[in-house]
Write a protein that binds this ligand. Structure first.
Ligand code: G3P
Ligand code: MG
Length: 250
């Protein structure tokens, strides 16, 4: 992640609010809207490849109760999601993104650290990617420990739904870069404490401009958003109708 003195907006699962989550189209859309960063979720499937998907099962997105981890890649590639979209591999996402956007890879499933590390390392051996273009995060501490053992430089984010302060000790232990709390439960005092301890705060997941303003006021460093670009679109519209006090956000 580049150093920025403003709120970083990370496209959640690509641009989930606009195009079906965790698909190539969703990521492309986030890039088109000017996102500098996108978040995706990954699992290791039965044949060993790392695939980009959020849920444990296919129920919500493909009306099947199969577990993603039980399927082989060939079977996953047959799955049709809404809008004739498909489940991509991490390799494909990295190849298509090609250094145009920073990627936060959330290790959603177990045994994902090694496969992800191999793909990220391959990308980093080309000139299109820099170390800071990747941020690895997870709720699963063992996966983050494994990743840190494999790469001492990679940026790591520790996900914590409700206990970001408790996450500080672990973040220190693995030399993390950021803590990622759920914005709904986050307090200003927690943001201050985490930052004082030397970590960035990236809060998930906002949908509205009001929520974004609230997070900005709280001083967080970044937000995951379902509608990346919405705020820019709104800002442009407001600029057109000249409401200057509402245009102060950078
Ligand atoms: O990584 C931030 C956010 O994606 C965590 O929650 O459930 O949307 O993966 P979830
Ligand atoms: Mg996620």
């Amino acid at each position: 992640m580049k150093k920025r003195n403003r709120l970083i907006k990370i496209g959640h699962r690509g641009a989930k609010g606009f195009v079906l989550e965790n698909t190539i189209s969703s990521i492309e859309h986030a890039i088109k809207l000017g996102s500098e960063s996108v978040e995706i979720d990954v699992y290791r499937c039965n044949s060993g490849e790392i695939v980009v998907f959020h849920d444990e099962t296919l129920e919500r997105l493909a009306k099947s109760n199969e577990r993603i981890e039980d399927l082989n890649l060939a079977e996953i590639q047959e799955v049709k999601l809404k809008g004739d979209l498909y489940i991509p591999t991490l390799e494909e996402v990295i190849e298509i993104a090609n250094g145009r956007v920073e990627i936060n890879i959330e290790l959603k499933g177990v045994n994902t650290a090694i496969g992800t590390f191999e793909l990220v390392s391959k990308a980093l051996s080309t000139e299109n990617w820099k170390h800071g273009d990747f941020l690895i995060s997870s709720f699963i501490q063992e996966e983050l420990i494994k990743y840190r053992e494999l790469d001492s430089d990679i940026l790591i984010g520790v996900l914590s739904e409700t206990s970001p302060i408790e996450a500080i000790a672990f973040a220190k232990k693995i030399d993390a870069y950021a803590i990622h709390p759920n914005f709904k439960y986050l307090k200003k005092s927690e943001v201050e404490k985490i930052q004082k301890e030397g970590f960035k705060v990236f809060a998930y997941t906002i949908k509205t401009t009001l929520e974004k303003q609230r997070m900005k006021k709280m001083g967080v460093d970044g937000v995951f958003c379902d509608y990346p670009g919405r705020y820019t679109i709104l800002k442009k519209a407001l600029r057109r109708v000249q409401v200057p006090f509402l245009n102060s956000d950078k």
